[in-house]
Design a protein around this ligand. Sequence first.
Ligand SMILES: NC(=O)c1ccc[n+]([C@@H]2O[C@H](COP(=O)([O-])OP(=O)(O)OC[C@H]3O[C@@H](n4cnc5c(N)ncnc54)[C@H](O)[C@@H]3O)[C@@H](O)[C@H]2O)c1
Length: 373
Amino acid sequence: MLNHHFAQSDFSATHACRLAPAFRMLYSCDGMATVSFFPDIEFFHSSSADNSTDVQLTFYADDDVTSEFSKYVKTNGFVPESVVVKGLGAFRIRKSTKSGRLAGKIAIVTGGAQGFGKGIAESMAAEGAYIAVADLNLEGAIVCARELNAHFGVDTAIAVQVDVSDEVSVEKMVHETVLSFGGLDILVSNAGILIAGSLGDFSKDSFELVTKVNYTGYFLCAKYASVPMKIQHSFAPGYLMDIIEINSKSGLEGSNKNFAYAGSKFGGIGLTQSFAMELVEFGIKVNAICPGNLLDGPLWSDPEHGLFRQYLDSGKVEGAKTIEDIRKFYEAKVPMGRGCTIPDVTRAIFYVVEQKYETGQAIPVTGGQVMLR
Ligand SMILES: NC(=O)c1ccc[n+]([C@@H]2O[C@H](COP(=O)([O-])OP(=O)(O)OC[C@H]3O[C@@H](n4cnc5c(N)ncnc54)[C@H](O)[C@@H]3O)[C@@H](O)[C@H]2O)c1
């Protein structure tokens, strides 16, 4: 489930990451295949002993592997089940047996250890997606991936440790995903932090931290996620993929004494629109989903650090004496009278993925609290 062996070996991850999405799409241009990579060819052979009937191709690392592979498929009318590339490693190709609205799709969910991210990962796995649960909190990511594998099949999820604000770490996250599943169809850029405070008191360090995670982090994740997506597009030009930013209603409307967060989320809408324009020619849709307050999630309800506690202690809500007063204050702002829930957001994700004629949009999921002009 956790791919330590990738980190320790000296194979060329970049080279293997170029080949795996190509094999996946050559196997089946609707994405219904997975490709797992084994840097250790000996290990691959020993673990494949019971698959001796597999059709296996062998190349050298310097060969033009994908064109030789596609020539083989054209000549023979079928695809090999495994490809050994001497000096690089071995790829095992399998037809996906998943079913559901996201059958066979490969997704990364950043910030997947808790809150919205965990709920999104569960809903997507329930609809047949393979999930890389990526989070700074490795323990939480492992727990989530383990639960997904227990509920939806052993090879459904992997846990990946990532700091989305660190370029090397983000590239590694995408590599681990591609080498485990064979490609990437959906990036859910969900990891985010909120530090509230008024202009007079707010430190530059806090401002830069929020910006680094929410804004720069989205840029880095989109940058590296688009690499395997572009490769998939070159082998299956009609195939559509998605980059989805979990933005916020604070990306559509200013947020009092919460400017670092709102600024980072407004910036995220600018990135979404600009990425959408650039990536449309590669079959990659880019959209942002802007939820209202997840009042039952840890960001709000954590008893020590949650926003209910922070807002009570800082006197942000005039006259509020208890956490329940703060909750009622925020619920009263919503025409539909309640906080946002995980199913509200996952419905929007399914809409975005299934919609073939929309990109560059910011979709509010706010119970009417924010209405687009
Ligand atoms: N909770 C809300 O009310 C709300 C409302 C609108 C939008 N959002 C957005 O939804 C997203 C998720 O929010 P949440 O409420 O689930 O938050 P959360 O705090 O419950 O979970 C965030 C997760 O992101 C991880 N994370 C933090 N920094 C990271 C980093 N640098 N690299 C990788 N992972 C990191 C954390 O470990 C955590 O698991 C955020 O982008 C947030 O802005 C939340």
